[in-house]
Design a protein around this ligand. Sequence first.
Ligand SMILES: Nc1ncnc2c1ncn2[C@@H]1O[C@H](COP(=O)(O)OP(=O)(O)OP(=O)(O)O)[C@@H](O)[C@H]1O
Length: 625
Amino acid sequence: MFTHNSYIHQFTDMMSEGFIFIDHQGNIQIYNRKAKEIFGVIHNQGIGHEAGRLEPDDIVIIADNCLGKDDGGLTPKDLSILGIRDKGLEMGDSIIAIGVYKGEKILPVYKYRKGHENWDTLNLEAYYCDLDIDVSIDNRNREIHICVNQQDFYIEFVNSIGHIVIVEGQTQKVKFYQSRGYTVRGESIGDILKGKPYRAKGKGTEELNVIGKNIFEIHMGGPTINEFYDAATGKDLHYRDKFREINGRSTLCTLLPVDHEGKRMGAVLKVEDISELRRVIRERDEALKSVDEMERKLRDHKTENYLFPEITGESQELFYAKKLAYKASKTNSTVLLLGESGTGKTLFARAIHDESKYHNQPFVHINCASIPENLLESELFGYEKGAFTGAKNEGKIGLFEAARGGTIFLDEIGELTPYLQGKLLQALQSKTFIPVGGTKTITVEVRIIAATNKNLEEEMLQGRFREDLYYRINVFPIMIPPLRQRKQDIHSLVYALLPKICERIGSGKKAISGEALQALVYYDWPGNIRELENVLERAANIAEGSTILSSHLAIPRDKRQISEKSNQIRSIKEVLEETERKAIERALRISGGKKQAAMKALGIGKTQFYEKLKKYKLDSSENRN
Ligand SMILES: Nc1ncnc2c1ncn2[C@@H]1O[C@H](COP(=O)(O)OP(=O)(O)OP(=O)(O)O)[C@@H](O)[C@H]1O
């Protein structure tokens, strides 16, 4: 009845979904164009080839991502026809194999992965029988590529699939390649290897006539096709838009029985191919993953920003230093804080300790410049009783020991004498020391943070600081820029520090006038934040009213005139020079004072670089590396 109704065929061919109708015996009556496309009955993929069968001496290339599944039952044993007899190979394994059909004289090449292993791609490249062969199974993108002399034959898959390309031994021409719809065409690898004929492919190829054939001739069994048959033969089964896999393709299916005058006539199956949709979903998942990644990065960025709230300032320069400090806090490495006096090195050292895993352990701060040289050794390493005149009878533990398990902060490390530098180096290297006047070696695990306002590299080059100690402590350098290079922080510093200062000195709350604030911004702050604190404290003390005015600020008058100066027009040369100076300062700062690195970053030659350092007085020494 349906076979002769050409209108029905025409109409169903116009549908964008696959549509199959089988009668009450399971014979196909309608199989529309889209269904043929989905299941590969119509075949226009690739270059095409003639019909044929596998012959001895043909070169066979196989890529199968799960032996025994969905490939027409290809087993490890089947591969013996190519000379592969590997006892380690089992069902469920993935394999790439190249061999000659029944060609016992030419050994096969192959590579496989066990089924339980987790991997993304399996790849085999070979020059085999004068052919350039490159095969890959890409589990992530769900594709198998077999490239023969740069000709790519690829196949997509959902769960598992087998792909095969056959090259004629004599002519070296591709005589068969696997593609979508192989089950419908009865061309599984298993069948092909057993010598079953395959159909021609490509334009003008005769279409496989499915009408009138039993559904099981065209589709291998499987839950969906079984249900389809059951519904057609009388079972009361129906569903709408369900995800089903048919012949290894992901589909969205609607199944409906067809009754006429109370009698079961058959069933229809409407099929939407969602492999494409899967690809889109995968792409979307990947996009979401990168959004997640991005969000995580942003979160980290935010955390770093909010991390050390006691370190006030929003400048990029400070943010960069904070970021490094945060990273340093999560390692055990020795940290070297570099920066002028009053820039916040102690604050950073404390913040690193508090954020580290040692935060419940002691934090011991020692200023190497403030202790007389003859006492420093015993302060650091302790002494035994009676070690020297004036020593306590019972002896004393040193700061290294007091810091056991925690952090020792060696401030102004550049002030250490050569003798103490040697002692310190020994302690850092061996994590042991001998107290003054003692004989017993003491072992301590302690995290070192050192700080200096000197240019240690310069000190080292001048022979005033031991090179070995310099490298030992310069593991994680963090440069804290001076306030004049991050004037942007002045506002927030004033607003954070002033209330605390007022509370401490009991002056009552004080505000600051716009003019005073502007004067603070224009000043160059050689003493950095410590100087800013002092200026604010003094101003809060002398201001009688509730507002600090510029007249209350103890900063040199001529140095706050820059505001007026900045209104003057400057020559281009002046502006360019200032920009140049700033660029060099910034490069030196970011490279932690390392001249080679700064020079490289600036992209200028050595002579030019040193000339400019001299010109802008950024370096006292002229003849350095
Ligand atoms: N970013 C900041 N936010 C708030 N207070 C700061 C900041 N930086 C520094 N300070 C304050 O400035 C003062 C000087 O800082 P700190 O003692 O840490 O500097 P330093 O570099 O160790 O100085 P020195 O080299 O003279 O020892 C301290 O009172 C500190 O709390």
